[in-house]
Design a protein around this ligand. Structure first.
Ligand SMILES: O=C(O)CCC(=O)C(=O)O
Length: 279
């Protein structure tokens, strides 16, 4: 098994639920990627925002190759073990002076995946810090299990289904500062959020999600779910995706919104709770 992370980093991830500042891409590679990014963004239709760029690794070889970069997979293998797949990617781009935030949440609340064992790699396309709206995380919050999420309207968050802030202390949050080309990794139960970008510097991140092969998607909730085996055995319990051949491409499928998926997932949690009580 590949051990790109040392045993202290693996322990830290288990205890804190995240790792930061892991080097991956060189400055030259980042310059190249940022130079090519407009070719992807130009595929958005009028009225669509960068949030709509979801799972375009299924249509764009440029993005697919980032998701399957050996250096990233080596880190992920240290945490998930020898058999895992990649299944999602999206951009979180905050332009200068953009007040859009991401409310407190746990990724697993939105994903119809069982068991809850997935993780996210956040690739920094820019230098990211408190000034331009870096992600904030609550260390070790993944160990307290799932927190109730509630609908919250009327703030600047791109997510309206947000974690109940009475269940944790937002003042314990730490900022995930990253140099461009480096990555952070977070557990799917870690509470995280991000503030607006009041600075004059762009804050762009590309997130990639990975799961062990034993993790199965409820296709009734997400019928578009496609996996790309990354390491080890072929994943046989989820539908396989097709590797894209064109360098820049987009999906035209009707995505279920993240909110919609969260609502269905919320119902599932609810049903589970009732059935647990009934035991
Ligand atoms: O980049 C951000 O601001 C939030 C990212 C996020 O919520 C995630 O990667 O799950």
């Amino acid at each position: 098994m590949t051990q790109a992370l040392n045993s202290k980093q693996i322990e830290d991830f288990k205890h804190q639920g995240f790792l930061i500042a892991l080097p991956v891409f060189s400055h030259t590679e980042m310059d190249q990627l940022n130079q090519e990014l407009p070719n992807i963004l130009s595929l958005l239709k009028p009225g669509e925002s960068t949030k709509e760029i979801r799972e375009w690794h299924e249509a764009s070889r440029l993005l697919f190759d980032i998701c399957m970069d050996k250096r990233i997979l080596d880190y992920v293998e240290s945490l998930l073990g020898a058999d895992f797949y990649m299944w999602a990617s999206n951009f979180f781009i905050k332009e200068p002076h953009s007040m859009e935030t991401v409310g407190w949440h746990q990724d697993a609340y939105y994903w119809p995946l069982y068991p809850i064992e997935s993780l996210t790699v956040w690739v920094a396309l820019d230098d990211v810090d408190e000034q331009n709206g870096a992600m904030r995380v609550i260390p070790a919050s993944h160990r307290q299990g799932m927190v109730e999420h509630r609908r919250q309207e009327g703030d600047d968050s791109v997510l309206s289904l947000q974690a109940d802030v009475s269940a944790f202390d937002p003042d314990e949050a730490v900022s995930v500062s990253l140099k461009r080309g480096s990555i952070s990794i977070h557990d799917d139960k870690l509470l995280h959020a991000s503030p607006g970008n009041a600075s004059s510097q762009r804050r762009a991140g590309f997130t990639i999600r990975y799961s062990p092969n034993r993790v199965k998607c409820n296709l009734k909730i997400n019928p578009h779910f496609r996996v790309f085996p990354a390491r080890g055995d072929m994943c046989r319990i989820n539908p396989l995706g097709e590797i894209p051949t064109q360098r820049y491409g987009r999906l035209f499928r009707e995505h279920q919104s993240i909110e919609e998926s969260g609502q269905k997932r919320e119902k599932e949690f609810w049903v589970k709770k009732i059935s647990e009580k009934g035991k």
